[in-house]
Design a protein around this ligand. Structure first.
Ligand code: AMP
Ligand code: MG
Length: 309
């Protein structure tokens, strides 16, 4: 990992030199399923979709909890949050690279809850959150990536995508909002887009929160039963639930076709919120640690200065 400090904050995002190979690394570039220079560090319990290989989403146990104890995990989450806060300060101070966290899931899958639980200690000035809804007319008048590219994190920032460019091969496909040939062409375009981000100094962590159909039923019912949760209930979710299988198929294809060495898909068993939160927080902390952000060099002679009266 280079320790050169970018003192110049005027150009574009730092190139990948800071996030890829260490200067002395003798690892050959991997043609296989992982990039040895990638800082992405999925925590135990998360499944990394192997690039270029078929992946069976139906075979993933949404109930998995790694055999962990719930109370212990809640304590451990606090520790991981503290690590994220410390490392975020360095990322922000270094101001050369950025981290993009992408969250995708079926309705009630836990995107909002995860963002709240995992990122609550992060300095708001170093973080941007973008929640993507049905596109506006202006957004629809542009290419499908336009609105996402505008919200990617700049140097020093952590960016959060609550839903993302993947909606354009998910809901758009399931509801048939564009001709088949249009959404089919998007997987490659998404891979190119994420590669552009990666080579421009943005580490992309893509979390797919995997819940079971039974769990979705329980979560929707809980929203109906509790007046304090009524605001979260969207009648449209019951309509979408009828397309459960079509969504699973669309998720499966997105995971398979868009898991790449530079931006692999990370599948999180998400029926148990405390397990989901812990493994995601740990992945973010470990990845930031591997990025190894450095405070910029102090101005010369600073140690000799004192503040006059
Ligand atoms: P929510 O995240 O629950 O507030 O709902 C946002 C809604 O916007 C969901 O129903 C998404 O399916 C929908 N949405 C997000 N992105 C797109 C898109 N690119 N095209 C169509 N619908 C979208
Ligand atoms: Mg919703």
């Amino acid at each position: 990992m280079t320790k050169k400090h970018g003192k110049h904050h005027h150009g574009h995002l730092a190139t990948a030199s800071g996030v890829t190979k260490s200067p002395g690394s003798s690892h050959p570039a991997s043609g296989g399923d992982s990039d040895p220079a990638s800082p992405i560090r999925p925590a135990e319990g998360i499944l990394t979709v192997p690039p270029g290989e078929p992946f069976d989403l139906a075979g993933v146990d949404a109930d998995a909890d790694g055999g962990l104890d719930k109370d212990w995990a809640k304590e451990a989450l606090r520790e991981q949050r503290a690590r994220i806060e410390t490392l975020q300060e360095r990322l922000y101070a270094e101001r050369r690279r950025s981290l993009l966290l992408v969250f995708q899931a079926i309705d009630t899958g836990g995107k909002d809850g995860t963002i709240r639980a995992v990122l609550q200690g992060v300095n708001p000035q170093g973080c941007t959150v973008a929640s993507f809804k049905v596109p506006s007319t202006e957004e629809m008048d542009h290419d499908f990536l336009w609105r996402y590219h505008q919200r990617t994190p700049g140097r020093g920032m952590i960016g959060v995508f609550n839903r993302s460019h993947y909606e354009d091969v998910l809901v758009v496909r399931v509801k048939g909002l564009v001709p088949d040939a249009v959404w089919q062409s998007r997987y490659g375009l998404i891979n190119d887009f994420e590669r552009l981000l990666a080579v421009s100094g943005t580490t992309v962590l893509k979390f797919f929160l995997h819940i079971s159909k039974d769990e979705q039923k329980a979560r929707l019912q809980a929203r109906l039963d509790d007046p304090e949760k009524h605001w979260k209930f969207d009648p449209a979710d019951l309509v979408e639930r009828k397309s459960w299988d079509a969504y699973q198929a669309a998720f499966g294809d997105a995971l398979t076709r868009c898991s790449t060495p530079h931006a692999p898909w990370l599948v999180v068993p998400a029926n148990r919120k405390w397990f989901r939160n812990l493994v995601i927080a740990r992945t973010i902390a470990d990845t930031l640690e591997a990025m190894d952000p450095q405070f910029p060099e102090a101005p010369k002679g600073i140690a000799d200065l004192t503040v006059p009266d």
